[in-house]
Structures are given as C-alpha cells and as structure tokens.
Design a binder for this molecule. Structure first.
Ligand code: PB1
Length: 330
C-alpha cells in the first residue's frame, strides 16, 4: 500500500542528500579549452565580443598552456591566426605556420596536455571561407575536393608538429577519410580525428569570427554547414564520418542543439563532445555584465545540461573558470 501523498521532496531535504542522489556530474577532466594564437600579436589581444578571451602571442600561449596543465585541464583546442592570408590558404599547411610552431612549443612546455588542432581553411583564406573558392561576389562556389586535399595537408602538418588530435571543422564532404588516409600514409596512426560531425550553419559563431578574424568576406556557409532544421541529415553526417574513420565526435553549437547531442550519443555511442560556442558564451557574459544573470550559476547549469544530454566532453571558453567553480560545488 503506497503511503500517500508520495514525497519526492525527501531527496531534496539537504545538500548532502541532494549530492548523494545527483544523477550527472561534471569534472575538469571533461573540459577542453579553445585557445587562439596569433602570428601578429606581440602580447595577448583581448577579444571585445568575448570578455576573458584573448588572441595569444606564441610566448603567452606557452605560459597559458602551463597554467592550463597545472589546473588539471586535459586538453586545448588550438586556433591559429596567420599574419598573412591568401586565396589558397597557404599558411594553413606551412611547416613553420603559426599553429605548427604553437603545437611544437606547447608540447615542449606542457607535454602532458592533449593538443587538439582545429583543421580548417577559414582562418587562412583571404575570403574567409572554410574551403577554396571559385568565382567571386554572388557568383561563387566553395570547391569541395580541392579543399579536401589542402585540409589533409593541413592535418598532416599539425601531426608532424606533434598534435595529438586533429579536429576538422570545415564540413567539406570526404575530409575525414582523406585526413585518415594522409595521416596513416605518413605513419601517424596514433593521431586521432575529432570530427565536427554535426555542425550547423549557426548565428552563434559571430564572436569567434572576431577572435579568429575568419568571417566570410562574401556569401555565407550555407552550402557546407548544415541547415539548423535538419536533425536526420546530421545523423547521416555523423554516420559518414564514423564510416570514414573518425575517433571522436563534436556536436556544434551546443545550447540550440541538445536534442542532436542526445540522439548522436544514443545512436552512435562514440565519445562525443559538445562545443559551447562563442555566441553562447558572449550572450551569458553580456547578461552577467548587465547584472541580469549570475554567470557562475548559469554557466554551471549550462554545463549540467550538456552532460545530462550525453556530452562526454565539453569544449567551452569557461573551462578555466569552471575549475574553481566545480571545486566550490563539490
Ligand atoms: O566558438 C565558436 O563560435 C566556434 C566557431 C567555429 C570554430 N570551429 C566555426 C565558426 C565559423 O563557421 O566561422 C569555424 C569554422 N571553421
């Protein structure tokens, strides 16, 4: 016989009981910090639309990498801003390019830190697209297969520099298979591929484009990044990237795509990261700076939502801030 009324509040009665029955938790070991390194920066340059985020110089990046490692964070996701950009993205795969030099320096300074490199052409092309472009103005197209060749060369140059993981964020067809073949052909069997497999053409990337100086100079990314309305297409994209040999998955952006995160994890069971993107970061920062939201509480709630939706890893600009916040919550 049930004793009525049923009383679920019994398990909310104290902090200790609530902690005991908490269903999902977050640990610093599940956090990945995106970082920017600029070939032009003599010292860290703040990114106006992302308070707390800077474009590092090579020297300041090395110091930051040591701090990140000492905090017990497991990994960084590295984005480079070259001094020169051109239509062929030549600095993306240059042996002495800014990212290649940064990987070498970080691995030397913090060998225990996992270095994930973003593989894309948008930070290196003068037009800002994630692939090579034919035509100009309204009459242009992003060329897939020629771009894939350069993306494979870029990933290889990162592996040669010592990257542990390469993360193609370009959304060209076939890039995961081409990168895996190039890495294996050069005996980089141990370099993993973390594919931005479910990546949408989102309005939430604006602040990142400030940080990476990578906004498209014409057109948009709709012919390669996915329509936000298409969940089934995203699941097909994930299946393709797994088929082509990726080891880890990214769902991106995060907040507006928690349904996709859940479906991807439920269906594919591969280690899955969610990317808490720049626009999600900037909007909470702006609300907090106006006193409208409590940044710490709201950020922790965001992270809990990502974990509850199935994320094994969270790529977030709050990674460093979260370490003391999580210790206080423990
Ligand atoms: O934080 C962010 O907004 C990430 C943006 C993301 C980085 N992988 C892409 C944004 C864009 O489409 O410009 C970069 C694509 N290569």
């Amino acid at each position: 016989m049930l004793s009525l009324p049923l009383r679920p509040r019994r398990l909310r009665a104290s902090a200790s009981v609530r902690n005991l029955v908490r269903e999902c938790r977050l640990h610093r070991q599940q956090l990945i910090l995106p970082v920017f390194v600029s070939e032009k920066a003599g010292e860290p340059q703040p990114v106006r639309s992302m308070p707390g985020v800077v474009q590092h110089s090579l020297a300041s990046l090395v110091e930051e990498a040591r701090r990140i490692s000492d905090l017990g964070l497991p990994a960084i996701l590295l984005f480079g801003i070259p001094a020169e950009k051109d239509e062929g993205a030549s600095q993306a795969y240059a042996g002495k390019g800014i990212v290649q030099r940064a990987v070498r320096a970080v691995k030397q300074a913090a060998p225990g830190l996992t270095v994930i490199t973003d593989v894309c052409l948008c930070e290196y092309t003068s037009h800002g697209h994630c692939g090579l472009v034919e035509g100009h103005g309204s009459d242009y197209r992003v060329v897939n297969d020629a771009s894939v060749e350069l993306l494979a060369r870029t990933a290889l140059s990162h592996a040669e520099a010592g990257a542990d993981v390469v993360a193609p964020s370009d959304m060209m067809d076939g890039r995961v298979g081409a990168i895996r073949s190039a890495l294996d052909a050069h005996r980089h069997h141990d370099v993993a591929i973390m594919s931005y497999a479910a990546k949408f053409c989102s309005a939430f990337y604006g602040p990142f484009r400030d940080a990476a100086e990578s906004a498209p100079q014409f057109g948009d990314r709709r012919t390669y990044q996915m329509d936000p309305a298409n969940a089934l297409e995203a699941l097909r994209e994930v299946a393709i990237d797994i088929e082509e040999g990726c080891d880890l998955l990214i769902v991106k952006p995060g907040l507006p795509y928690l349904d996709l995160l859940w479906r991807v994890k439920e269906r594919f069971e591969l280690p899955t990261a969610v990317y808490n993107v720049s626009g999600e970061y900037a909007m909470l920062k702006a609300a907090a700076m106006n006193g409208w939201l409590d940044e710490k509480r709201a950020a922790l709630e965001l992270m809990t939502g990502f974990r509850r939706a199935g994320a094994d890893m969270i790529i977030t600009y709050w990674a460093k801030d979260l370490v003391p916040w999580l210790d206080e919550e423990a």
